[in-house]
Design a protein around this ligand. Structure first.
Ligand SMILES: *Cc1c(COP(=O)(O)O)cnc(C)c1O
Length: 234
């Protein structure tokens, strides 16, 4: 894809975000676009920086760590990248991810919380913004915190001063209507507000459903293919 094609896609997605926000009676300034750059070489985030986009999502440390380093070394633009880790995070990768990511969208289990606390404690100046990932499947064996356990899990996150709890994250399933999933995410979010009024953000919405997500209050969209085109490697 050429840079002008990339620019056209960014403009298109941004204008659809604006339209969806205004239809929902919201300001698009309250909606963050995170471009998911996974499975693309470091040139994609560099090209996006040139276009004024600086929020990037990645889901594998093995890929993201060297990419973040390459972007840093080759960035001649005024914007600094902000890295969002959006995939399942293995405990043995936490230390590495903390080196470059400022956001974790997928805090999904107690053992990960423990490891994050352990690694953050080693450096008083380090911090991480987190979303708690919800398990919307009803299957306890799947990843994520079940909505019924959200408040007790959130209490533990709130107890850590190096973590800032931003809110909840959800991925709408493929075999269900996105509306009903986004509604459950919104419900969990308002539940969370009862104990954490600042944790008002919602990470939801991908290439296929972001306009619907905006209707249901999403504040952080994670959009890959609608901007990047098909992913280049598996
Ligand atoms: C890959 C990915 C996305 C982006 O998906 P698209 O359908 O390409 O927009 C969003 N969220 C997560 C957690 C992902 O892994």
């Amino acid at each position: 894809m050429t840079n002008s094609e990339l620019q056209a896609r960014v403009v298109e997605v941004r204008s659809r975000i604006d339209a969806a926000a205004s239809k929902a009676g919201r300001s698009s300034a309250d909606v963050e676009l995170i471009v998911v750059t996974k499975n693309h070489p470091f040139q994609l985030p560099l090209d996006l920086l040139e276009l004024g986009e600086c929020n990037f999502g990645e889901n594998r440390d093995q890929e993201a760590a060297p990419k973040a380093q390459q972007v840093k070394e080759n960035n001649t633009f005024r914007l600094e990248p902000v890295w969002h880790f959006v995939g399942q995070l293995q405990s043995n990768k936490v230390k590495s991810v903390l080196q470059y990511a400022s956001y974790l969208h997928s805090l999904d289990r107690e053992s990960l919380l423990k490891e994050l606390e352990k690694q953050l404690t080693k450096d008083e100046s380090s911090s991480l913004k987190v979303f708690i990932e919800l398990n919307l499947t009803g299957d306890p064996n799947r990843g994520g915190i079940e909505p019924k356990d959200l408040l007790s899990f959130a209490e533990k996150v709130l107890g850590n001063k190096q973590m800032e709890l931003l809110g909840v994250m959800g991925v709408a399933g493929l075999d269900v209507s996105p509306e009903s999933e986004f509604e459950r995410i919104a419900e969990a979010s308002s539940n969370l507000l009862s104990i954490a009024p600042e944790a008002k953000f919602i990470s939801a919405g991908m290439s296929g459903d972001y306009e619907t997500a905006i209707e249901f209050g999403a504040t952080h969209l994670r959009i890959g293919t609608a901007i990047s085109g098909p992913r280049q490697y598996p």
